[in-house]
Write a protein that binds this ligand. Structure first.
Ligand code: GAR
Length: 190
């Protein structure tokens, strides 16, 4: 059986990308093949380079008005794209060609959509005095945070949480579950 290949997309710190790279490091069936980013200074790129994972940086023009990114992924025979803190909408051609997963730091369908990422999400959850937040792992379609939900996990929000303390709880859940769900999906569907 051919090894299954993951392409990670990340725009920021890349703590999820790191957990995913570490999780599959010794896996014989699944490999993290590459990490792509739209941000030259994303720490995620540095994490990938350190782990010996190939990287690709692309700009808006290449992503939305050419097949540069999808050609690169096709050449590498990528089975699954995994968004890990990637903040641009994925263009239709890539949505059509690949299976794509995303993780969102709240309980969709609430607190999703354009501009709902990272700290913006946690601030909105706290502003609404929610008692529970959590994570959502879902398929990606051509709209923000709209694809079918695969998995959710929750955590309590306490009255004295700050956006930063809530982000910490959410990150802990993401790190605990995202690699395992990715493994289940890639082994089941490919
Ligand atoms: C994660 O919390 C992820 O859920 C969120 O960005 C953070 C990235 O953290 N993604 C979104 O908000 C997408 N709408 P990381 O760079 O440390 O993995």
């Amino acid at each position: 059986m051919d090894v299954k290949r993951i392409a990670l997309f990340a725009s920021g710190s890349g703590s999820n990308a790191q957990k995913i790279i570490d999780y599959f490091a010794d896996n014989k069936l699944v490999e993290v093949n590459c990490l792509l980013s739209n941000k030259p200074d994303a720490f995620a790129l540095e994490r990938a380079r350190k782990a010996g994972v190939d990287t690709l940086l692309f700009n808006r023009e290449q992503f939305y008005h050419s097949t540069f990114v999808s050609d690169w992924l096709q050449e590498r025979k990528i089975d699954l794209i995994v968004l890990a803190g990637f903040l641009w909408l994925v263009p239709e051609n890539i949505v059509r060609e690949f299976e794509i997963l995303n993780i969102h730091p709240a309980l969709l369908p609430q607190y999703g959509g354009k501009n709902m990422y990272g700290m913006n999400v946690h601030k909105a959850v706290l502003d609404n005095h929610e008692k529970i937040s959590g994570i959502t792992i879902h398929y990606v379609n051509e709209k923000y945070d709209d694809g079918a939900i695969i998995f959710q996990a929750t955590c309590p929000v306490s009255y004295d949480d700050s956006p930063e303390s809530l982000a910490e709880k959410i990150h802990a859940l993401e790190h605990q579950y995202y690699p395992k769900i990715i493994e289940e999906i890639i082994l089941k569907n490919h």
